[in-house]
Ligand binder design. Structure first.
Ligand SMILES: [Zn+2]
Length: 434
């Protein structure tokens, strides 16, 4: 054994560095989760940075002047992989996911704590202070996450469910609400008082995972989340108007404005707004304006410049370093802002975006576009109790996106759940039976 290695002081310093490296890896990883959370593949540079930090952590733990500590290498590497699978599950489950991912996402508030036992055994069995420091730091972070989620959950308030929400819920649950609640981990559903109500989310709580409840279970959007989507829409609409940005309601929000008389679709899972950038209104100006307003009014703004996309969420932005831990949450109340630019495609003036939307036609340059005259100049349209900007010809726009938009179609809903709720959603437009 060398003199350097025997020095307790050096060992403590090495343990502290290993611990700090784990924290850096963890923060980089939870930040990376903003991509799957927004249905985008992770960026290469961010993935490489996270991978490098993880590799450095494992290397520091398992290498010493004496050579390689194989048990510490095996334990630290497998521990990181396991724990990061648990941490990533809620973000990955934003898209339909495999059963194990769904399972981990459902228990995401505390699943990290399942590793406390194995971490304790490994830490006692392998006398490596750097490994012990990493395991202890990781478990301390998981404990803090668990208690913060528990604490935040106290802010939930009971909301009554209206008749329509309740009938859809009872149909999807096949009449057994308690079993349905248990099977899908619907903690918001309150049955103990004898009246069915919803323990609703707020600014300080985690959001209801309503994208899951809506898209996979076929429920209506929860009453709390509907309220928050409305507040969020008005926050963004006001901001864009104040900044003089050309914008219009898009996708499901426009469909709600036109077909549902200015309301959200019953199974709405986000708000869609599009903006037009040009030489005056650049990405930088738009991003800075939205970020400033988000910070002032308490909304989380996430920018994806390369993807031409901004997401704004209802939750209160947290301070660093907890800011990106929101990507561990199972739910999201969000508005998606898509960027359009003017272009010429096949000799015609179009407004073009990079990402696919509905059945929007492809453009010459490889994007997707709508004829400019359908959108500009934008025209006011009532939505959620206020007035928003819509495309100049909203019905033509919707036909371009969805074909026969008057017919109810469930774009993102699970097929079985959609079939079960269909009778409720055609009731308003069908001819009443005698
Ligand atoms: Zn909610």
């Amino acid at each position: 054994m060398t003199g350097i290695e025997a020095s307790p002081f050096i060992q403590v310093i090495a343990a502290l560095v290993a611990s700090a490296l784990y924290v850096a890896t963890y923060l980089s990883f939870v930040r990376l989760m903003r991509y799957p959370r927004n249905w985008h593949p992770p960026s290469l540079s961010a993935s490489l940075a996270t991978g490098l930090l993880a590799a450095l952590t494992v290397a520091l733990v398992s290498l010493s002047p004496d050579g390689l500590d194989t048990p510490a290498l095996a334990i630290s590497a497998s521990f990181l992989v396991l724990l990061f699978c648990i941490i990533a599950a809620p973000a990955i489950a934003f898209r339909p996911a495999s059963r194990p991912v769904e399972f981990l996402a459902k228990h995401g508030d505390y699943a990290g704590l399942w590793l406390i036992g194995p971490a304790l055994i490994a830490g006692l069995a392998v006398p490596n202070i750097k490994l012990q420091a990493v395991l202890a730091t990781a478990m301390a972070i998981e404990l803090t996450w668990f208690f913060r989620q528990r604490w935040a959950g106290r802010g939930r308030r009971l909301h009554p469910l209206n008749d329509h929400d309740l009938s859809v819920l009872e149909t999807q649950a096949k009449g057994d609400l308690a079993a349905f609640r248990r099977r899908h981990g619907i903690r918001e559903l309150e049955l103990s008082t004898g009246i069915v109500s919803w323990r609703g989310c707020g600014k300080g709580t985690s959001p209801c995972p309503f994208n899951l409840y809506v898209n996979r279970l076929g429920l209506n959007t929860a009453p709390c989340c509907r309220e928050h989507l409305k507040d969020l829409s008005h926050h963004i609409g006001t901001g864009l108007r104040e900044m003089g940005v050309v914008h219009w309601l898009e996708g499901g929000s426009l469909l709600g404005a036109v077909r549902e008389g200015g309301a959200l679709l019953d199974w709405e899972d986000d708000v869609d707004i599009s903006v037009l950038l040009d030489d005056d209104m650049t990405w930088e100006r738009l991003a800075a304006g939205l970020a400033e307003r988000g910070a002032r009014d308490g909304y989380f703004v996430d920018l994806f410049e390369k993807k031409g996309f901004i997401s704004i969420s209802f939750d209160q932005p947290k301070r660093w370093p907890f800011r990106w831990e929101r990507n561990r949450l199972r739910g999201e109340i969000r508005a998606d802002i898509a960027i359009y630019r003017q272009a010429i495609s096949h000799g015609k003036a179009v407004l073009e975006r990079r990402s696919y939307k509905g059945t929007m036609p492809a453009t010459q340059s490889g994007g997707y576009g709508v004829p400019e005259e359908i959108v500009l100049p934008t025209t006011p349209i009532p939505f959620l109790g206020g007035e928003f900007a819509g495309p100049n010809e909203p019905e033509v726009y919707l036909r371009l996106l969805y074909g026969d938009f008057r017919k109810v179609e469930y774009t993102y809903l699970d097929a079985g759940a959609a079939k079960a709720r269909a009778p409720f959603d055609v009731a308003d437009t069908s001819i009443p039976a005698d």
